[in-house]
Write a protein that binds this ligand. Structure first.
Ligand SMILES: Cc1ncc(COP(=O)(O)O)c(C=O)c1O
Length: 373
């Protein structure tokens, strides 16, 4: 059996005629940049996230950077974040001139460990930037307690967690409600993926939203009148239209991912050589990726590939050990839990249409591997 790591084939077949009709309509009325369609997508996305403002932008890297800029983060400031993430989280901090400061990951959930944050706070610390890694919300309840105590801004990197929720005060709430401002990526492989590049920022802070709406449009509210130097970070109308169509299916696709994850937990739970992600009762993840930890992952990955099972590594090297952030002067051993997670992680196939039969085949293949090794 062949099981791809990821495919968009099924969801794209499902919505193809609606997407093509909409693209043709936009093409005919020459609506290409932001426009009515971008605005409509923002309104729908704000509602979906239970937030007052949504600002559509060109990608999720811009998203994190503009969250930081909107919150006034600048040179001389420090921002606490994690090292087991995609590089964009940390690069965005770098581009504001602020210094990224890494905090350890929790050994079970692999998200930011709130117990390790306070020791990193100094007077220059201005914000905490947790990543909801692999689609699972970070421990926002504890992170917010610390942020409140030290008067820090909370910025969520929600690139991987669109649709995730946290149970708090007797109710499931959108993860976005637990941050002052959050950024999303609609890179094609994300749970809500464009057919190109796109991103979004959500917040309840009208000043933040106003800043972002102006910055993404050359610091302008009125055409050719510029209050400050900004950039062109606007979303395309085609992408907005496609994302608007996909958004209607997202709750179902996320529920299907949770079903796939449940099959994985059932099938792999008894294998001693594997560490599965811990999912606290108060979070509803969206399983952007289904990641497990194993020893000798290169050998394991090779075996799965020989048996037709696609896998990927998220990620190969923690950010504090990447050449790009050499100047921060971290060395191997500085974040031992993070390093141990990143050395062992491997992402198994995950997409909404994955079948129980395919998951059973993957589990059987994994069991065979551990019998032989
Ligand atoms: C955690 C995280 N942050 C930021 C980004 C950046 O998003 P984009 O690729 O849309 O720029 C990504 C996307 O891969 C991501 O996974």
């Amino acid at each position: 059996m062949q099981v791809p790591f990821f495919t968009l084939k099924f969801q794209h077949e499902q919505i193809k005629s609606e997407v093509f009709r909409k693209i043709e309509e936009l093409y005919d009325r020459t609506e290409f940049v932001y426009g009515k369609t971008g605005k409509e997508f923002e309104e729908n996305f704000a509602l979906f996230n239970e937030m007052a403002f949504a600002c559509a932008i060109d990608n999720g890297t811009t998203g994190v950077e503009l969250c930081l800029r909107a919150a006034g983060i600048k040179q001389g400031d420090e921002v606490i974040t994690v090292s087991n993430t995609f590089i964009a989280t940390v690069a965005a901090i770098h581009f504001t001139g602020a210094k990224p400061v890494f905090v350890e990951a929790d050994a079970n959930t692999w998200n930011m460990d709130p117990a390790k944050i306070e020791e990193k706070i100094i007077p220059a610390t201005k914000a905490i930037l947790p990543v909801h890694l692999y689609g699972q919300p970070a421990n926002m309840i504890e992170i917010n307690k610390i942020a409140e105590k030290y008067n820090l801004i909370v910025i969520g990197d929600s690139a991987q967690s669109v649709g995730s929720k946290i149970f708090y005060n007797e109710e499931w709430k959108s993860t976005s409600r637990f941050a002052d401002i959050s950024s999303f990526s609609f890179y094609p492989g994300k749970n809500l993926g464009a057919c190109g590049e796109a991103g979004m920022i959500v917040t309840n802070n009208s000043n933040y939203a106003k800043f972002i709406n102006m910055f993404r449009d050359h610091g302008s509210e009125e055409k050719y009148i510029h209050d400050f130097p900004g950039k062109n970070n606007r979303i395309d109308a085609f992408q907005s239209a496609i994302l608007n169509i996909k958004l209607k299916h997202l709750d179902l696709w996320n529920a299907q991912r949770r079903q796939v994850a449940k099959w994985y937990f059932d099938e792999l739970g008894s294998i001693e050589e594997i560490q599965l992600p811990a999912v606290p009762d108060n979070v509803l993840p969206v399983h952007h990726l289904f990641v497990i930890l194993v020893k000798n992952r290169e050998d394991f990955q090779k075996y799965l590939a020989e048996k037709g099972v696609g896998t990927a590594l998220h990620y190969k090297l923690p950010i504090h050990l990447q050449k790009a952030f050499h100047h921060l002067n971290y060395k191997k051993g500085d974040l031992p839990i993070t390093e141990s997670i990143v050395e062992r992680n491997i992402s198994l196939p995950m997409f909404p249409e994955l079948t129980c039969e395919q998951v059973k085949y993957i589990a059987k293949t994994i069991k065979e591997y551990f019998c032989k090794n």
